[in-house]
Design a protein around this ligand. Structure first.
Ligand code: GDP
Ligand code: ZN
Length: 342
């Protein structure tokens, strides 16, 4: 039976099977032996329900059209897939307390998926005045480039209509952002009722607190689906080349004009990137972020290479790349998860 993982919490994945039946499932033993082989929210799966068994068994996971991947925060060089098979990533940041460094990282990870990307500035009602709103929007636009930037507030429910339009029927959006930025509140406004629990704001620091880490695909009446991704603290880069390229197209274009093809933009002669920074065409902070993110990506790649060697694999055994709708992105999807095992 085909189905889709629609809820993931600490327990067993909940799968909505063809015909609508909701079945709690465990993974087939053969499936969990390999790396990358656990179903995530959004995955399409083959399920069997053995006679007299109270749970379904996930026998196979279908190839993913998209996946949101970060470095596993607890492991040295292992990827962690947080969601699969979506069309858009919404990056939420609180307007009055925006973190531009985090935003840059979130945009790299979002672009790396190959999906459409939109920034959503939340809690606009907490802004001091219209001038602050405009100043933040300008700062965010300078980082987001061609990516759309929306401003919402639960104090003005009509402000979420622009978000609703981005998620038409038949499409799925995933919502990322720090805990407490108002993701659950946005989902509830889109749905029109309280389907997700809202975190309390702690006294003093004004930060939200999360009561749950469950991930769930929520249907928007008359529209598509949205997945809140709570409890995502660290966003370590995994594959990030395409994501960095898409998040920093200005710098990548300049880099193409450096004298050396492998220019690191440090002290090489004929570096077009450093020249542009010195000429004031690229903000120094933006260049620093770019360099730091590239450095992190290279470091992860180096550790992966080490791990591969330790496993006795040939250096740079790359899985076949897959093209995506994003012209800049060439994705390396872990194909292991998709191989038939029976
Ligand atoms: P999440 O952790 O990202 O899902 O954030 P929540 O939706 O749980 O919201 C965290 C806190 O921010 C809660 O106390 C909400 O009531 C509050 N909040 C959410 N949206 C807004 C808003 O637009 N304006 C204001 N002032 N508070 C909001
Ligand atoms: Zn250079």
């Amino acid at each position: 039976m085909r189905g889709q993982v629609v809820k993931l919490d600490r327990g067993f994945p909940l799968v909505r099977c063809e015909g609508g039946a909701m079945v709690r499932c465990e993974h087939a033993t053969a499936l969990v032996k390999t790396a990358y082989s656990r179903a995530v929210i959004g995955d399409y799966v083959d399920v069997s329900i053995p006679e007299g068994h109270d749970k379904g068994i996930i026998e196979d996971i279908a190839p993913r059209s998209r996946e949101f991947v970060r470095k596993d925060p607890t492991e040295r060089a292992v990827p962690q897939v947080l969601a699969a098979n979506f069309d858009r990533v919404l990056v939420a940041q609180p307007l009055a307390d925006v973190n531009l460094k985090r935003l840059e990282r979130e945009l790299v990870l979002a672009h790396e998926t190959g999906a459409e990307v939109t920034v959503v500035l939340t809690k606009a009602d907490l802004a001091e005045d219209e001038r602050q709103v405009e100043a933040v929007r300008a700062a965010v636009r300078a980082i987001a480039g061609d990516v759309g930037v929306l401003t919402i507030s639960s104090a003005a429910p009509e402000s979420v209509e622009a978000v609703r339009e981005l998620i038409p029927s038949g499409t799925t959006a995933v919502l990322i952002g720090k805990s407490g930025v108002g993701k659950s509140s946005l989902v509830n406004l889109l749905v029109g009722e309280d389907v997700l629990e809202i975190g309390d704001v702690r006294e003093g620091d004004g930060k939200g607190r999360h009561t749950t880490v469950s991930r769930e695909i929520v249907e928007i009446p008359g529209g598509g689906c949205i997945v809140d991704m709570p409890g995502v603290r660290g966003l370590g880069l995994w594959d990030a080349e395409a994501g960095i390229g898409a998040a920093f197209p200005d710098i990548e274009d300049l880099a193409a004009r450096c004298r050396f093809r492998d220019c690191k933009h440090e002290d090489e002669p004929g570096c077009a990137v450093r020249a542009a920074v010195e000429a004031g065409e690229v903000a120094p902070e933006r260049f620093e972020s770019y360099q730091a993110l590239r450095q992190e990506a290279r470091e992860v790649e180096r550790r992966r290479e080490e791990a591969r060697r330790a496993r006795g694999e040939k250096a740079s055994t790359r899985r076949p790349s897959r093209t995506s709708s994003n012209a800049r992105a060439s994705h390396r999807t872990p194909r292991k998860a998709n191989r038939k095992r029976r």
